[in-house]
Write a protein that binds this ligand. Sequence first.
Ligand code: PLP
Length: 485
Amino acid sequence: MHSLAQLDRRFVWHPFTQMQDWGRSEPVVIVEGRGAVLVDAHGRSYLDANASIWTNLHGHRHPRINAAIRRQLNRIAHSSALGLANEPASLLAAELVRVAQPKRSRAKGSDASGVGSRKLEKVFFSDDGSTALEVALKLAWETTRRTRGDKVPRFLGVQGAYHGDTVGAVSLGHIDLFHKAFGGMLFRSDAVMSPYCYRCPFNRAQPERADARTYRRCGWECVGKVEKVWDRARRRGPGYAAFVYEPRMQGAAGMIAQPRGWLERVAGLARSQGALLIADEVMTGFGRTGVGENSGRRGEAPLFASLHEGVIPDFLCVAKGLTGGYLPMAATLTTRSVFDAFLGEYEAFRTFFHGHSFTGNQLGASASLASLELLRDPQGVRRRGELEGVLADALKQLWRFPQVGDIRQEGLVVGVELVRDWKTRAPFDLKERVGFRVCEAMAKRGVLTRPIGSVIVLMPPYCMTSAQVRRCVTALAESVEEVLA
Ligand SMILES: *Cc1c(COP(=O)(O)O)cnc(C)c1O
């Protein structure tokens, strides 16, 4: 075993990891990366097929991002945002506000309650996805108390949602396996059913060899359920202060892609009840969910899943891909009216008493600016559109396996749901660790990713070549064959 692996096994406690299993085989120690390739301590190369847990956009050691960080490093790495401003954070805030605006023609609903009528114009920086959600949560809580008079504002989310691991973010989430243990320290939030077409009790379609969203047969009963939740809440009190959701695709829930129109409908319901919208774009942000039907060819594409559906939230939370996946940095964008709820004479103590030591970090902000510049490049946008097509094409070969139940792709995010038998949709038992075993087999083939239960995730960095994308899918196919056939 490599000496670094030995040190790791002796001293490091890994996240979301049963450490008793960790000791059974030698861990992969990454020492280098370039583009979509990771290199371990033994000199073996792997494709980074989940973009280093959904963070990396343009590849590792990208010359432009590296240069931006070096330039900044030669000036200053960090100074506090408490009482001080800095250059890259100021520039980045302006740039984030700009890219969060819809193109005029896309905005929907011109009245004040319309889902496309908000303008995000203030940026609160923090460190990671959890803290971006924590900021939105506290701001929504206090704004509602001040403007609506709710004593204890309540929050509505979506089943299976994951919003991070800090106590507030866990309270907003709904993954029992992760959250049950901490139940006693959380506040209560409610959840509506997730529009999980493949396993929806209202979907009357027989399974087909296609994404369940494309052949579903239903009458939007899931939205009807959401309506009932709001009705009930309104009868009992002031209703929910905010609705929290991952637009277009729930990540850690199992890459659950929403049928088109779901978001606009449920966001519209929340708005009509006077609730705030909190969009968690920690995974979906920065072009992850695709360049869009028409915009790709023109060489420009909306960077946020919210914009694809014309739903402008009151809070837009971003992290993972913000810096291109280089550094821990996050941001919560919000509206002027939320901002204004915190204005007043100093002695009125309306200040937002919240912040982190590394808020507005210069290195992170410089990396983010370089990443946003790369995302703007029309050629890059066209290339991403092409890659989405290459990925979709390659995935078709997986339908030949009876253990492939559903394939859900949005842009450059894919979830492949493995089942005992596609005809019955019968799931594997979590204890069988089917997802882990398939990913281990993929690693042997030089492709690294992580499963969510029995769902295999593919999330290529945008710099992957077509051949590399095909290799990822081929490795997945061979591994399904090896483990399950
Ligand atoms: C990863 C993730 C988070 C948490 O982000 P961290 O940076 O891990 O704290 C929150 N929401 C979504 C949708 C995520 O994918």
